[in-house]
Design a protein around this ligand. Structure first.
Ligand SMILES: Nc1nc2c(ncn2[C@@H]2O[C@H](COP(=O)(O)OP(=O)(O)O)[C@@H](O)[C@H]2O)c(=O)[nH]1
Ligand SMILES: [Mg+2]
Length: 323
């Protein structure tokens, strides 16, 4: 079954709308300002819209791409009223994201491509890695999957403890060693144990130290190599977690990590309580890596599969006229 039918229930849309409320308000007022007193979309309106998007954390390059698309439509259609601008903006933004296949995801209940399906979760300290893993454990166990979690962030005792709590809460099995042990060894234990127990999904938590690119690269490479002794094509997904509330800083982290390791998916957290939600559009466009999940709160149910159309609708919806 497609996720559109199942995952995007009305409750999900509500969670998304509520989570993006601040971002939406901020974008809304900027766009309203951009078209104030204008009935026709002209160069001045487009300049103002450009500024509105850039200051909404969409990012310069992505903003320019969106504006260019709108400009083409305006040229083609000759007269475009500002009352149509919002729907054009939504259409063009959604189709820009579609080019990267962002938002094409599986249902949690669907069979996974490999068994066990191994996900290594990376990102700097505090972005929400452990929380996202806990939420995923919840969603997968709810869908009937057997989940193993690897506590490979061994640098802080609290990190192992935090993952154990998510294990208790969700029924996922947590594999851990004492604090300070070798992360690669924890990853090895987790995968061995997952294979022996016929698990469906393995989520490996890692420490988010970004002191320098070389040491980060070495550490992640070592963890990967050790995993491959048990499951030769593991990890099947390297998921980078980014804190959306840091706006442009999240861009920077994505740049650093994609240089250090091959990132295959993204999760953007903490979109609730920030006005910087536009960053998801820029990140999704610029890195050509699918944004798979978004975090809209601390609760397990507040992690969502990223759906570009719903996201664009929630973030940019509702502005109809400047007159
Ligand atoms: N509001 C909100 N808080 C979040 C979200 N994701 C994580 N957090 C909080 O961010 C803090 C750091 O998260 P944690 O998972 O420990 O980050 P880690 O160091 O990357 O593992 C915790 O207090 C989490 O509850 C989210 O989507 N929304
Ligand atoms: Mg953690």
């Amino acid at each position: 079954m497609s996720i559109f039918g199942k995952i995007f229930s009305r409750e999900n849309k509500q969670t998304l709308d509520q989570g993006l409320e601040k971002s939406k308000q901020s974008v809304f007022s900027k766009i309203t300002h951009a078209i104030a007193g204008k009935s026709k979309v002209d160069d001045e309106v487009l300049d103002n819209l450009e500024e509105a998007l850039i200051t909404s954390d969409v990012g310069v390059e992505t903003t320019l791409r969106i504006i260019e698309r709108i400009q083409k439509r305006v040229e083609r259609d000759k007269y475009v009223g500002t009352d149509e601008l919002n729907s054009i903006l939504r259409q063009e933004t959604a189709s820009l994201l579609a080019e990267n296949n962002a938002g094409d995801v599986l249902d949690f209940a669907d069979p996974l491509p490999q068994k066990p399906y191994v996900v290594m979760v990376v990102g700097v300290n505090g972005v929400g890695k452990t929380t996202t893993i806990g939420k995923l454990a919840h969603l997968y166990t709810q869908a009937g999957k057997k989940v193993f979690l690897g506590a490979a962030d061994t640098f802080r005792a609290a990190a192992v403890e935090q993952l154990s709590i998510w294990g208790e809460r969700t029924g996922a099995t947590v594999v851990k060693q004492q604090m300070g042990s070798d992360p690669a060894s924890v990853a090895y234990d987790t995968i061995s144990s997952a294979v022996a127990n016929n698990a469906d999904v393995v989520l490996i938590d890692t420490a988010g130290r970004l002191h320098n690119k070389v040491s980060l690269m070495n550490e992640l490479t070592k963890i990967k190599k050790v995993m491959q002794k048990v499951v030769p094509d593991a990890p099947h997904d390297v998921m980078l977690v980014l804190d959306g509330s840091t706006g442009q800083n999240a861009f920077e982290q994505a740049k650093q990590f994609t240089k250090a390791t091959q990132v295959t998916s993204l999760a953007v957290t903490k979109l609730d309580g920030t006005a910087k939600g536009g960053v998801v559009i820029g990140i999704s466009d610029q890195f050509k890596i699918p944004v798979r999940y978004i975090g809209l709160g601390e609760q397990a149910e507040q992690l969502q599969v990223f759906n570009r159309d719903e996201f664009v609708d929630s973030l940019l919806g509702g502005v109809t006229s400047g007159r």
